[in-house]
Design a protein around this ligand. Structure first.
Ligand code: ADE
Length: 226
């Protein structure tokens, strides 16, 4: 799989893309993730990528030309790229959609910034807008990184233990949360690890964990209604 991020802030993406499961998947060659800076397609001495909005108003707008140059370059590199763009108005990213995205050969993620992107980019390229929640971020980089993480961990071979993705929250039809987990020490600040977990009785452990997962899902549904 290949993922191209279009971002004027490639430095802020480096560490999350180099570490943990995403970093390992890249090193194993499961995914090729590249950060493309529209500044490389910006003209002038200062390689300006944003300007004041026509009609006035606060903030700066990302200029169409550098983004279009960058998009044309990236989109031409595979036969069927899927273009996405970060936006608080977009379709909410969820696990089912992440699973769908993980089957694609090439994702191109355009990161919004400042007050927005020149609307003609949306008109000309028709990106699919996605949101990671009902709050406004300063820039789209964090949303793009969330998408990368959610998608890459679903790629075959990305997780050390093949079962972890299956037992993860939301992997079934409805929400299913993981059971609580513990590691050493056996007692921490007066709180012991539940007896069952050190009993060695694996059937009993699974029964208890399954019950806890159901309980957590029910609690989440309750809090969503209230
Ligand atoms: N850009 C700003 N806020 C965002 C959000 N919640 N999701 C995706 N992109 C965004």
């Amino acid at each position: 799989m290949r993922i191209d991020l279009i971002t004027a802030f490639p430095d802020s993406c480096r560490s999350p893309l180099d570490t943990s499961i995403v970093g390992r998947a890249r090193r194993r060659g499961l995914v090729d993730i590249r950060c493309n800076d529209p500044r490389a397609w910006a003209g002038g001495w200062h390689r300006k990528v944003d300007d004041r909005p026509f009609g006035g108003g606060p903030g700066m707008v990302m200029m169409a030309e550098p983004i279009a140059g960058c998009l044309d370059f990236v989109l031409a590199q595979s036969p069927a790229p899927l273009l996405l763009m970060t936006s608080p108005q977009g379709r909410r990213l969820d696990q089912a959609w992440a699973r769908e995205l993980a089957t694609r050969e090439h994702l191109v993620v355009l990161c919004g910034h400042y007050e927005g992107i020149d609307e003609r980019i949306v008109e000309l390229y028709g990106p699919q807008l996605f949101s990671i929640g009902d709050y406004v971020l300063t820039g789209g980089e964090l949303a793009a990184l969330v998408l990368c993480d959610a998608v890459v961990r679903l790629l075959p071979g990305a997780l050390g233990n093949a079962d972890s993705a299956v037992s993860d929250s939301f992997s079934g039809n409805g929400p299913a949360f993981d059971h609580p987990c513990y590691t050493r020490p056996r007692e921490f600040r007066g709180l012991p690890v539940p007896e069952t977990l050190i009993s060695g009785d694996h059937a009993d452990i699974e029964k208890k964990r399954s019950h806890q997962r159901q309980e957590r899902s029910a609690q989440r549904e309750d809090s969503a209604q209230s």
